[in-house]
Write a protein that binds this ligand. Structure first.
Ligand code: GTP
Ligand code: MG
Length: 305
């Protein structure tokens, strides 16, 4: 236990949550590809043809997408149609659900708030991770994303946004397709790490700390050698998505992973974060990875939307 910060992964109810990843639309299905725990994609028939092979998917027709666009969980929770029955079966009996989508298209943007509401209505904690379109994709996609986002944030417990333009700052010369694969990996990281750390007890504490909902941004860094903690934290804070006033940040979730992480390392990382966020509630988890040669730090910071 580090002073001034709360550790994740402990508590009276230390069993792991039952969890699932849901990919919405073409981008969401690509992002959940190869996820290390149960997952299902929801998409149109076109994205089903082009999507990754060997993935469990529910293909939605136009009427079903229109129905799911209604964000009323009570309605989705009680409508007796094949699609709503199937979704309730898929989403029920989970403690933690990770939703993924690229906002800006019709399927993901339109159904994400309703699916998040339904998961919440069924009792799960919902963590949504969404990419926001590149400026180069035009105002139509941008406006669709902007219209969907407030409702999604309200419906999820945590919504992590990744404006695609941020990637151009860290990897300016990648071809478009490659950019999306990099984004998929980045968006997956906090969810996979949280899934390995959070306990049932953490979920209920987090839900209390967050209140109804929270918008977050992600930064990640790694370091080797004597100064590995300082280097990793500094790299994480140079994230293109930490483009807001850090004094707004109420909650920071930190995952520290690597080989042989001892209490000194943890204190060092938290100290470097604390120096940048003097008034923020810090919660951290540690993941041991014997095959890692570096120390990695993933940081989620809450910010206004
Ligand atoms: N991370 C990631 N983002 C993607 C990918 N493909 C597209 N995007 C982004 O996500 C946005 C939405 O695209 P899609 O997911 O294809 O849209 P959709 O939800 O399937 O909606 P429709 O295709 O219109 O039914 C795009 O504007 C891109 O910014 C991908 O493979 N990975
Ligand atoms: Mg699509």
């Amino acid at each position: 236990m580090v002073q001034d910060a709360r550790s994740l992964g402990y508590g009276d109810l230390i069993e792991r949550p039952r969890l699932k990843a849901i990919g919405l639309g073409g981008a969401g299905c690509n992002t959940i590809s190869g996820f290390p725990f149960p997952s299902v994609g929801l998409c149109s028939h076109i994205d089903n043809i082009n999507g990754p092979p060997n993935q469990r998917r529910i293909v939605l027709n136009t009427d079903e997408r229109a129905l799911l666009r209604s964000a009323s969980p009570r309605m989705l929770g009680s409508v007796e149609r094949n699609i709503t029955k199937r979704l309730r079966q898929e989403l029920d009996d989970n403690d933690l659900i990770f939703l993924f989508a690229g906002l800006g298209g019709e399927t993901g943007s339109y159904i994400a708030p309703g699916i998040a509401s339904l998961c919440r209505h069924l009792g799960a904690m919902v963590i949504s991770s969404v990419a926001l379109p590149f400026s180069a994709e035009g105002t139509g996609r941008r406006n669709t994303a902007i219209a969907a986002l407030p409702e999604l944030i309200k419906s999820s417990h945590i919504t992590i946004t990744y404006p695609n333009d941020g990637l151009l700052k860290v990897a300016p010369n990648l071809p478009f397709r490659r950019t999306f694969r990099v984004m998929d990996e980045l968006m997956k990281t906090p969810s996979i790490e949280l899934s390995q750390v959070l306990t049932i007890d953490d979920l209920s504490r987090l839900r209390k700390d967050i209140g109804t909902s929270s918008h977050m941004r992600m930064g990640t860094g790694s370091g080797i050698g004597m100064q590995r903690e300082a280097v990793a934290v500094s790299e994480a804070f140079s994230s293109p998505w930490f483009d807001f006033d850090l004094s707004d940040t109420k909650i920071a979730l930190i995952i520290i992973s690597g080989c042989e992480i001892d209490e000194f390392s943890v204190r060092d990382v938290i100290g470097h974060v604390r120096a940048r966020l003097p008034r923020t509630m810090i919660q951290y988890g540690v993941l041991s990875n014997p095959s890692a040669y570096d120390l990695r730090v993933t940081i989620l910071l809450s910010t206004k939307y």
